[in-house]
Design a protein around this ligand. Structure first.
Ligand SMILES: C[S@@+](CC[C@H](N)C(=O)[O-])C[C@H]1O[C@@H](n2cnc3c(N)ncnc32)[C@H](O)[C@@H]1O
Length: 291
């Protein structure tokens, strides 16, 4: 496929690599593994057993996060109102031609994904799903005014590769679409993204790494307005993580018009970092003995 190459990750699940962004869609540890541990487990979907839930999946891609979400919510007999935002139709289209990808899911989930791929929507008694193809920065403004989300998954390419969906301005639009007790979940622990979320009034939690042998200090970030959390998959930010938010790495990505190119966004931030008095991020790394 032009610009998109198939990748088999270490848990055997398929993923893609984008030549345009020069990045894989998932961690090489495992596409399925990443979805389960970074997005679905921290969502605590059992809370929605026999209840209704509104979900926004930004950068839907191949659709792993939502496929596993659908699978769990079918079991929980939940009523789902779902929107997916994605700029490129091809990843899902390609994945559905892959036998092993189809085998990962319950046939009902494959039916939903096929409908989303062909028609951009799926509706039955319990599920009402719309996949919107376009730039998430614009499409987020076209979501129905009356809907606020219980869960927002934010799964774009890394901030240095795709800064447009991590800007302070884009995150502030998400703030307006989330419920007080809603969760915004992302795999990134980028200081710039965390600082923007903090400045927008969110409380930040670290998603606990699942593998004890893992050298990573974080599996991502869960942001919510509700301070009190009873969620075994998250912890408060450590001292090291809090200090990270005082370094130059915390300078936000800015995109005031919502139309800037990634090159422009990165250049503005680079200049702001150059003239900033904040702590050099390398000194922070040294202090905490990071490579
Ligand atoms: C890391 S991949 C997503 C992984 C995904 N959640 C999955 O399960 O495959 C990032 C996705 O963001 C999409 N993307 C990039 N820029 C976007 C934008 N401005 N608006 C919406 N989607 C965008 C890419 O097309 C790609 O599918």
């Amino acid at each position: 496929m032009n610009n998109l190459l198939k990748v088999i990750t270490k848990d055997g699940s398929m993923s893609l690599r984008s030549e345009k962004f020069n990045e894989n869609f998932h961690s090489i540890v495992g596409a399925y593994h990443e979805t389960k541990n970074k997005f679905i487990n921290p969502s605590r979907l059992k809370r929605f057993q026999n209840k209704s839930i509104n979900v926004l999946d930004i950068c839907f891609g191949i659709g792993y996060n939502s496929a596993l979400l659908f699978e769990n919510l079918i079991i929980e007999l939940s009523t789902l109102n779902w929107y997916g935002l994605e700029i490129d139709k091809r990843p899902l289209n390609y994945a559905l031609t892959d036998k092993e990808f189809n085998k990962l899911w319950n046939p009902k989930v494959v039916e939903i994904l096929n409908c989303l791929n062909l028609r951009g929507l799926y509706k039955n008694k319990n599920f009402d799903c719309d996949l919107i193809i376009g730039d998430a920065r614009k499409e987020v403004l076209n979501l129905p005014k009356e809907i606020n989300f219980d869960l927002i998954f934010l799964d774009g390419f890394s901030p240095q590769k795709c800064p447009e969906i991590w800007s302070y301005e884009f995150l502030s639009k998400l703030k307006n679409k989330i419920k007080y007790e809603g969760y915004l979940i992302t795999y990134t622990s980028s200081a710039a993204v965390r600082k923007s979320l903090k400045d927008l009034g969110f409380n930040l939690f670290n998603i606990i790494p699942t593998n004890s042998k893992q050298t990573r200090w974080s599996n991502g970030t869960l942001a919510t307005f509700n301070k009190q959390q009873n969620n075994p998959h998250i912890t408060k930010l450590s001292g090291m993580e809090i200090e990270h938010l005082d370094t130059k790495a915390s300078i936000p990505y800015r995109d005031p018009t919502g139309e800037m190119s990634s090159k422009e966004i990165l250049e503005i931030r680079r200049k702001e970092q150059e003239f900033s008095n904040l702590l050099d991020t390398n000194l922070w790394r040294k202090k905490w003995e990071m490579a």
